[in-house]
Design a binder for this molecule. Sequence first.
Ligand SMILES: NC(=O)c1ccc[n+]([C@@H]2O[C@H](COP(=O)([O-])OP(=O)(O)OC[C@H]3O[C@@H](n4cnc5c(N)ncnc54)[C@H](O)[C@@H]3O)[C@@H](O)[C@H]2O)c1
Length: 359
Amino acid sequence: MGATEKLRVGVVGLGMGSQHIAAYQSLPDYFEVVAVCDLDPQKARETAQKFQIPAFHTSFSELCQRDDLAIIDLCTPPALHFSQIKAALAAGVHVVCEKPLVGSLQELDELKRAAQQANRVIMPIFQYRFGHGLQKLKYLQAQGLTGQTYLSTVETAWRRRPEYYAVPWRGKWKTELGGTMASHAIHTLDMLTYIVGPVKEIFAFTTTRVNPVEVEDCVSISMQMADGSLASLSATTGSTVQISRHRFCFSNLTAESNLRPYTNSGDPWSFTGDTDELTTQIEQALAGFVPLPESLTGQFYRFYRALLQGEPLPVSLDDARAALELLTAIYYSAYTNRCVSLPLEDDHPFYGGWVSHFS
Ligand SMILES: NC(=O)c1ccc[n+]([C@@H]2O[C@H](COP(=O)([O-])OP(=O)(O)OC[C@H]3O[C@@H](n4cnc5c(N)ncnc54)[C@H](O)[C@@H]3O)[C@@H](O)[C@H]2O)c1
């Protein structure tokens, strides 16, 4: 990287926000975190000290009044994202925001209009996309080596104990916006559609059995994809052994992820050709794979190149909309005990969100 324009960032919400700061700081030629913000003054001060950030704020509106920011990065509880994104756009900055982005397609469509009017970008976080294992599969797919998709299976088997839900916003529809599907398996679902494309029909069962919370903590989903292949996804917060797993069965190869719960998109993945000849072709093709940064650093690296060098956004608002449309369909299926066809139109009963139906 040569000398470049640095983008000045303010990070809000200093739980997950600390990981965002570390990722920006690992790209010092591209970004400079100049301010942090948290309602908790001690957290704000200590985080600024720890990462040597010159300013901290305890008021989000005060942060928005700064005139030196190019980006505001939101790592606040989900129910705050919608109003904070709108306020950040009104302040004239680009916005990075954690998942789930918002709680309805209606809000997302409103944000799309607001971003267009402000001529600014909203980049949702889906950092699992950038692991080298998943990127290798994307690369093989682009080379035409995977063939037809048959069946994809996805497991998000994590463990969350009562301490996790001691944080007041978690476990409640109105503040978390959903359970393990919206908060955890949204990443592994995004990885599925990143490879296989849109979903055509979905049937979902959800239940709450692990912790005494309002939101779902066990999910089982069956999908027919738009390309005609089938997929299943299961998620729980009750797995003593934590894993995330993807297995894609294509006509030319089977791809299997590693099982690390939070980095299963990274190496190693196995790619087994359906014949010895295909396996050799896969190995030869992978010799040309050029690894870029992974995880949050990988997403921010590509974000910079999108903003300043005209490359495509690594995760777009349309990507977040696709994930949100699936969440809407999943909750509608679970609510009605029916199979749901996609896409969902703006007269769908859950277009305005699902939270009011469950809480
Ligand atoms: N991408 C991932 O892998 C990943 C992992 C964990 C969390 N998250 C997401 O990050 C977000 C935050 O989750 P978390 O686990 O860090 O939560 P958290 O409760 O640990 O941290 C949230 C912080 O936001 C602060 N806050 C709340 N309201 C605020 C306001 N109005 N202004 C400024 N600060 C405010 C709180 O004081 C708290 O410090 C959620 O959207 C969550 O889904 C993403």
